[in-house]
Design a binder for this molecule. Structure first.
Ligand SMILES: C[S@@+](CC[C@H](N)C(=O)[O-])C[C@H]1O[C@@H](n2cnc3c(N)ncnc32)[C@H](O)[C@@H]1O
Length: 308
């Protein structure tokens, strides 16, 4: 896709503007005029991908996100979106909006945009904007970026408006010691080390609730879920989710790994491939009871006149 969504938050007419302030006709939307997700074409130089180790990465703010944005990663994200829906009982958001009218919705880090498109479909009255660094698509949020983002969101929201974060947190873990000493545990340590060296806190979702309160949000609620790494659980719903997650992780593993482990940790491509051979065996091994913590945090900007 050759477009990148543009953040327009306070835009009562729902009109887009280009860099020169001219209105952009919504016929230009890549999604279609019946769905209010607006996009704007980026300068072509920014749309050229960076190719590395057979993968492609977005050029805009190169290096600020560690994963590729090629077709392979986009397919994985679309599958992961379906996993989020199954995890949340087919809801797009958990925040209790009730009958509150929905005016503007901003999907930060929208990826392939599936969430934003579905939300816009289900809420035709809402003006839904998805933004991303990549013209297609932390989850890994820089340590000092998190509190600033929450404050910016607070300032941008109408009184009574809601913010919601849905994210996977690190470390991937097992509660019964079955992951100890495995190549998979080694991979997780190395991944977190690489993220830290890049200045990113891969456990940032653990702090979202506090950051939301610090920014002034009320009714801050955290809901925890788990994605089992494979079909190891006895519970049938979790077993199925685990089977999906195994496929999704196998699809994504090379993309998660190759850039941070070579460019940041200094491993050779051969060393990375060798490690991944063992990691693939471990994540498919049902005797290793690992899972990814999935954290949802939502909160509300106080209505005018309500006690803070
Ligand atoms: C794991 S993907 C999730 C995509 C989508 N929300 C989904 O659920 O399928 C994270 C996305 O965040 C984007 N991203 C990372 N850092 C960003 C930033 N600082 N600003 C905007 N987007 C960012 C990445 O390019 C990537 O598309």
């Amino acid at each position: 896709m050759s477009t990148v969504p543009v953040p327009v938050i306070d835009n009562p007419e729902g009109l887009e503007h280009d860099d020169d302030g001219n209105e952009v006709d919504d016929k230009d939307s890549a999604i279609g005029s019946d769905v209010s997700v607006y996009t704007e074409t980026l300068r072509s130089s920014l749309l050229e991908s960076i190719r590395e180790n057979g993968r492609s990465y977005h050029r805009y703010h190169d290096g600020s996100y560690a994963l590729p944005d090629d077709d392979r990663e986009q397919e994985r994200l679309d599958m992961q979106h379906e996993m989020f829906l199954r995890t949340f009982n087919h809801k797009l958001i958990l925040a209790p909006l009730g009958n509150q009218p929905i005016h503007h919705v901003l999907d930060l880090g929208t990826g392939t945009g599936l969430w934003a498109i579905q939300f816009a479909d289900e809420n035709p009255e809402a003006n839904v904007i998805g933004t991303d660094l990549s013209p297609m698509q932390p989850s890994m949020v820089p340590v000092n970026y998190g509190p600033r983002l929450f404050r910016q969101a607070f300032d941008a929201l109408r009184p009574g408006g809601w913010i919601e974060f849905q994210d996977a947190s690190m470390p991937i873990r097992a509660d019964d010691g079955t992951m100890d000493g495995t190549a998979w545990a080694d991979w997780v340590d190395k991944f977190m080390d690489a993220m830290q060296k890049l200045g990113r806190d891969s456990a940032a979702p653990e702090k979202y609730a506090q950051w939301a309160r610090d920014a002034g949000f009320i009714n801050v609620t955290r809901v925890d879920f788990k994605w089992p790494q494979n079909g190891w659980p006895k519970n049938p719903a979790l077993k199925e989710l685990g089977r999906w997650h195994l496929i999704n992780t196998l699809d994504g593993l090379h993309g998660f790994t190759v850039r941070p482990f070579t460019a940041v940790l200094g491993m050779s491509v051969e060393e990375v491939e060798l490690l991944l051979m063992n990691v693939r065996k471990d994540i498919a091994n049902r005797r290793i009871h690992s899972y990814w913590p999935i954290i949802v945090v939502y909160g509300q900007k106080p209505a005018v006149g309500s006690p803070q």
